[in-house]
Design a protein around this ligand. Structure first.
Ligand SMILES: Nc1ncnc2c1ncn2[C@@H]1O[C@H](COP(=O)(O)OP(=O)(O)OP(=O)(O)O)[C@@H](O)[C@H]1O
Ligand SMILES: [Mg+2]
Length: 385
């Protein structure tokens, strides 16, 4: 007769052939029965078969049932263990329960009782194991979800960082493009005028070079994103950065017929920071101002001044202004009113982040149809010169 592999499995450990075989006969119809004549042989079968219940005699030569119980528990804490005890061995049976046996039956056993006890205990093991499996499946699922979440978060933050870098490549590229066109026109005019000496273009080339360098630095920053820590902050001059940004912005302003004026103080306004980041921040605010003023052929004024503990960069424009309901949203990522002109709405978000990384503040004051003023304040390193 072949035994269905789905039947619950019972392991019987008894050194005496009689009880061992009578248990086998009794249980065979409902269980897959494995038998062992010693604790050692029983332990081997336990590891191999993972039974649902173990019935073990207590009194055996060599390793007795109580020591066997300890070994079984080390291997499988959940399998039900039923001890077989001789008459008058109640104390040993209680000791066995204390050590983690689930039940005991006196020898000679009653077949009916034996079936009952085994049925109950097999069920107990199965419930335990199902619970265990569910718990470990939940744990595994949880781990997998956490891993996926971390991966998604990393991808999302990489996506966000990429969008920011792409955004800030746009400003220097526009500047470079503006100056290349300017140079081309200059050359064309001098060719037409047939002047013997070539036009001087050192200033324009210098601005082009500066902005190409900014593009390259942004690219390097992006490439090392997540793998390299941000460079340590260095002493940098806010006024120098403002002058550099203005040189570039002049081309954008000229193209848009916006008058761009600047009033930059003599103090270097030194702080500990990252020049590329501050350059991004100022470029974004100034480009916004030029864009706002362009529609109304307005003007933009950039002022840089030194206060006792901080430097202040003010960017004022006579552009279209910001509706009061929108003022609260302009620093949010992806908020833009320039959909038609492919604004991504990342400029002010990046700017605010950079300013706050440098422990500064950014403020806006705007009146629709009159104009807007952005004020950036950055704490400085030293006393005024
Ligand atoms: N100087 C300004 N005058 C009027 N509105 C402004 C000015 N600066 C910013 N805004 C408003 O704030 C919004 C968000 O500006 P932000 O620089 O973050 O994005 P954007 O300029 O729209 O797009 P992007 O900078 O990504 O090209 C703008 O769409 C505009 O509505
Ligand atoms: Mg912008």
């Amino acid at each position: 007769m072949t035994v269905s592999p789905d039947l619950p499995q019972v392991l019987v450990i008894d050194d005496e052939l009689g009880p061992r075989e009578s248990l086998r006969m009794l249980l065979k119809p409902s269980y897959q029965v494995h038998t062992a004549d010693s604790v050692e042989a029983g332990i081997r079968l336990l590891r191999e078969k993972h039974p649902d219940a173990v019935i073990t005699d207590i009194r055996m030569p060599g390793t007795n049932g109580i020591d066997g119980l300890r070994k079984i528990r080390e291997i499988d804490p959940h399998v039900a263990v039923i001890m077989l005890t001789g008459f008058g061995a109640l104390e040993t049976a209680q000791e066995a329960l204390r050590l983690g046996a689930n039940d005991y039956i006196n020898k000679p056993f009653d077949a009916h009782e034996m079936r009952d006890v085994i049925g109950r205990n097999v069920e107990r093991t199965r419930v335990h194991r199902t619970g265990e499996n569910a718990a470990s499946e939940i744990k595994e699922l949880n781990n997998r979800l956490l891993k996926e979440l971390a991966q998604k978060e990393r991808l999302a933050s990489l996506g966000q960082a990429s969008a920011e870098f792409v955004h800030d490549l746009g400003n220097p590229l526009t500047i470079v493009w503006g100056y290349v066109q300017l140079l081309a026109r200059k050359l064309e005019q001098s060719e037409k005028a047939q002047t013997p000496e070539a036009p001087t273009s050192a200033k324009e080339l210098n601005i082009i070079e500066q902005n190409v360098r900014l593009c390259r630095e942004l690219l390097t920053m992006w490439q090392s994103y997540g793998s390299v820590e941000a460079p340590p902050h260095q002493p940098i001059s806010v006024t120098k950065i403002a002058r550099d940004v203005l040189k570039g912005a002049n081309a954008i302003a000229a193209q848009s017929e916006v008058e761009l004026t600047a009033d930059i103080c003599e103090d270097p306004c030194t702080l500990l920071g990252d020049a590329v980041q501050i350059q991004r921040a100022l470029q974004n605010v100034i480009v916004n101002a030029v864009q706002a003023a362009a529609e109304r052929k307005g003007s933009v004024t950039v002022t840089c001044l030194r206060e006792e503990f901080y430097g202040e960069v003010r960017v004022e424009d006579t552009g279209y202004g910001i509706a009061p309901a929108q003022v609260a949203k302009i620093f949010e990522p992806y908020f833009t009113t320039k959909q038609a002109k492919s604004g991504t709405g990342l400029g002010l978000y990046i700017t605010k982040k950079v300013v706050e990384d440098h422990h500064g503040s950014i403020e806006v004051d705007s009146t629709p149809q009159i104009g807007t003023t952005f004020t950036i304040r950055l704490p400085l390193l030293s006393e005024p010169a």
